[in-house]
Design a protein around this ligand. Structure first.
Ligand SMILES: [Zn+2]
Length: 309
C-alpha cells in the first residue's frame, strides 16, 4: 500500500519502508545524481521512515541501468584508484595504501570469529580486499564493473563480473560474506539479506559497512553529505533499521560500531571539494602517488558483524 507523503504542498505517493514496511514517511529533500558521475541526471526524492529511521533515495528511473557509472573513471576517483597509480607493482605496493590498510584491519576483526574457510566479497571492485583476505581464506569477489573485475583478474584474483541479485550461486556456500560500502547501493535490503542468508554456511558471518542515517554528519549536511550520492548510494540505515533487518533475516548481531577508516588524503580532498560544490580545483588533481593514508572517523559509517543463526 502506498503512503501519501507531503512534498512542497503537493501530494506524492511512495511505497512503504523497505525495512519495516512502515507507512509513516517524511519527505526530506529532492536531489540529483552528482554532476561528476557518468550518468544522466536522475532526480531523487529522499524519504525517511519515521518508524525505523531508514532513509531512501527514490527515483522512477531503473537503477540497474546505472551500472554504466562503474567504469574506469569511477574507479580512478575512488579509493580503488591505487592499482592505477602503482600499476604493475600492485599488489606489493598496495600495502602502503588506505584501501589495503582497511582490508588488513577488517580481516583481523573477521578472524576473531572465523579463522579460515570460503569468503565472498560482494562489490569487490578491483579485488583489494579479496587479495588481502586470500592470505587466510579461499577468497573470491563479484562486482558489477566489467572494468574493475578485468583489472583484478590481471593479478590472478578470483573475481566474477555481475550483479549479486542476479547471480545464481548454484548451491555454493560461503563461510564469510562481506560488503564494504555496498549495502547502500541496493534499494531493497530485505532481498539482499535473504540471498546472503541462503548462501552462508550455518554460523557463517555477514560483515558490512553502511552510511548512517542517524549520524550528525547527515543531519547537518543533508544533500551535501558526502555519502548522499544516488544512484551509487540509495539506502541509508540506522541502528534500529539494521536490527530489524538482522531479526527478519535470522541473523545474530555480534558487533555494531563506528570504527572509522583509512582514506587517501587525495580522495578526501576530492570528497570535500564536492561537498563544498567545487567542481574544478588544483586540489582535485593531487590524488594518486602524492596521497598518503589518513585515519578518519566522522561517525557516519557503521560496521556490522552478523552471524547466521
Ligand atoms: Zn522503516
Amino acid at each position: 500500500m502506498s503512503q501519501k507523503v507531503s512534498k512542497n504542498k503537493s501530494q506524492i505517493f511512495f511505497p512503504p519502508c523497505e525495512v519495516c514496511k512502515g507507512a509513516d514517511l517524511k519527505h526530506l529533500f529532492a536531489c540529483k545524481a552528482p554532476v561528476h558521475l557518468n550518468v544522466f541526471q536522475y532526480q531523487f526524492d529522499v524519504i525517511k521512515c519515521l518508524t525505523c529511521g531508514f532513509v531512501s533515495a527514490r527515483t522512477d528511473q531503473d537503477l540497474r541501468a546505472a551500472k554504466k557509472i562503474y567504469d574506469e573513471s569511477f574507479f580512478n576517483t575512488s579509493q580503488q584508484s591505487i592499482t592505477e597509480n602503482i600499476n604493475s607493482t600492485w599488489p606489493e605496493d598496495a600495502k602502503k595504501h588506505a584501501a589495503y590498510r582497511n582490508a588488513v584491519h577488517r580481516i583481523k576483526e573477521i578472524r576473531l570469529w572465523k579463522n579460515a574457510g570460503t569468503l565472498l566479497d560482494i562489490g569487490c571492485g578491483k579485488g583489494i580486499f579479496v587479495h588481502a583476505a586470500s592470505r587466510y581464506f579461499d577468497a573470491e569477489g563479484i562486482d558489477v564493473s566489467d572494468y574493475a573485475v578485468a583489472e583484478g583478474r590481471r593479478f590472478g584474483l578470483k573475481l566474477t563480473s555481475g550483479d549479486f541479485r542476479e547471480i545464481d550461486f548454484d548451491h555454493h556456500i560461503f563461510d564469510v560474506i562481506t560488503m564494504w560500502d555496498v549495502l547502500a547501493c541496493f534499494p531493497q535490503p530485505l532481498d539482499i539479506f535473504q540471498k546472503v542468508y541462503n548462501i552462508l554456511s550455518p554460523g557463517g558471518l555477514f560483515v558490512f559497512t553502511f552510511p548512517s542515517a542517524s549520524s550528525a554528519a547527515f543531519r547537518l549536511l543533508g544533500k551535501r553529505w558526502p555519502m548522499m550520492i544516488p544512484p551509487i548510494n540509495v539506502s541509508f540505515y540506522t541502528r534500529k533499521s539494521i536490527f530489524i533487518l538482522a531479526d527478519k533475516g535470522r541473523f545474530q548481531i555480534l558487533r555494531f560500531g563506528y570504527p572509522g577508516k583509512w582514506v587517501e588524503s587525495g580522495f578526501l580532498r576530492l570528497k570535500l571539494a564536492r561537498s563544498l560544490g567545487i567542481k574544478k580545483s588544483p586540489a582535485l588533481k593531487k590524488s594518486g602517488p602524492l596521497s598518503r593514508p589518513l585515519h578518519i572517523n566522522l561517525l557516519d559509517i557503521a560496521t556490522v558483524f552478523l552471524m547466521k543463526k
